[in-house]
Design a protein around this ligand. Sequence first.
Ligand code: B12
Ligand code: SF4
Length: 545
Amino acid sequence: MRRLSICLILPRFEPSYFGREYMLPILPGDKRCMMIGGALPLLAALVPDRHRVTILDENVEKIDFAAVRDFDVVGVTGMIVQKQRMEEILDELRGIKGIVCVGGPYATVDEAHFKGRCDVLFLGEADETWPCFLHDVAAGRPIQNRYKQDSATDLSRLPTPRFDLVPTKHYASASIQFSRGCPFLCEFCDIIVIFGRKPRLKQAPQILAELDALLALGVRHVFFVDDNFIGNKALAKALVRELVEWQERHGYPMTFSTEATINLADEAELIELMWRANFSSVFIGIESPRRESLLETRKVQNVRGDSIDAKLDRLRDGGIIVSAGFIVGFDNDDERVFDEQFDFIQRNGIGLATVSILSPIPSTPLYERLARDGRLVPDDEVVWFEPKLMSRETLKQRYSELNLRLYTPEAFFERLFQGYGRSAVFRKRHREREIRHKRARLKDHIAGANNSLAMIWRLSRAIARERLLGTMGRAYLKAYMAHNKPFGRDAMPLTEFLALCARHWHHFKLAAENRSYWGRAGTRTSDIPPMIQPGPGLVRNRLAS
Ligand code: B12
Ligand code: SF4
């Protein structure tokens, strides 16, 4: 048996709404990436003990290709937005002596794309195939060029991911996966194609062991990267009960967030438990305020029961901040939908709203339908299908405008504080969370003033670089005085407000750069309404270029 050296690579992301690349340098410390990705630490944990594993996240450190060439096995992961960078990395690795493997969500849905670009392809889950493959390599037995598991992974048998191989201090948060799969049927989603509709889950002790490991490494925020945290509500509830006890036992050292479907709003007991377990926010795919568009895309859970507005109010009253995803470009979307989306997001006080253009991912029912109807346009990187009620150009243009409107400082802070002001219960819980947090992290509390000063300096520098210090600085000050200060003792602490400014700056800059949701630059638009040109700075400069 040979002792193998294995290198696992996560390619760089382009700046995107999710990556918060423009926010990270403003935060205290040296944060380089939003989140520790789930795949590599798990794959590393699945490597038999005798081998040596290295994790290389290009979002945190540069890849030294000369060094990578010496490994026996090199594995590259990636999702669809990393396609181009995956190609570049695989080109660099061409001809190395080690075996080049590719796996992950993109390879799984577009196998053909990787033909000839790697030695071995792993499709779908690889929790069983990956260690078997390594075993064969080490034993000098023949290997296949394509691995696909016969059956779905039993998550209750997964080991604790090797978080110890990751430089945790450079990440704003870590990820833990509790379940895979989702019971719903949204037409554009590849989750149900890759992971199936019956959620498979880890056991609570596994999750607690992962939390212990992360806590020991200094991690203070964990994102549960489930496709739908409440895919199995009974077991989610049981886990959250354990999380409450874990937090109490350790003095509330962590905050949590996750992704869930809107029917969470109908689960009063679960919301209460999540609040007690210190879940600060939940990302929900709201997609559209338009009922016909939701029905078209089979997002039926969003039209059931009372209105989405009422559901969002219940979540807010439970102390949970909702960030949400929206989609434009459905067959039922005409040009009025952009105003409807804007009004909905403002009305419901959704500060962090991420709007995307409908994206037919290969393998999804949406992709199949559009292919059947001859409506796919593979050459277009931003809108790679023919919309029904508007042209591709109009969709791009109106999408850019919508993002710019949503992320003017005025619109952003107005909706955010409107939501904050709407629920006294929310504000009370928000304050309680702060107290919990400060008790748990006295050291951070003492560092609070220093952190605020550091953020003011870093934010000012970032804004000044874009020649927007006057305009944006005034806008932030105005937002603080007009929206936050009037709340008196309920007002957000300065560090939290500054972190919000940093978030706003990230979204504003992305919108101004006219990047699409997928992180690639969208088409340039010269006809931007004057109301969203904040002055002689970024927006006009970038968009005119
Ligand atoms: C966490 C997450 C993120 C994080 C990424 C953090 C990071 N630093 O990596 C953030 C929030 C930034 C993110 C953003 C986006 N994401 Co995302 N994300 C996820 C999520 C929820 C979990 C990923 C994860 O950690 N999984 C846990 C690991 C263990 O699973 P895994 O990666 O599949 O790995 C297993 C196998 O695939 C395989 N494997 C994986 N890689 C490799 C490599 C080798 C060599 C081998 C052998 C095996 C192997 O082995 C693993 C164990 O079985 C997934 C959904 C999901 N369930 O996976 C979506 C998902 C990956 N995201 C997706 C998308 C589309 C996006 C966004 C474009 C928007 C969106 N819909 O959320 C943005 C893009 C951001 C950008 N432009 O930069 C899609 C990808 C579609 C595709 N087929 O490529 C997914 C599948 C969800 C979806 N359908 O929307 N995302
Ligand atoms: S609810 Fe989310 S994860 Fe589930 S099928 Fe719909 S988009 Fe996919």
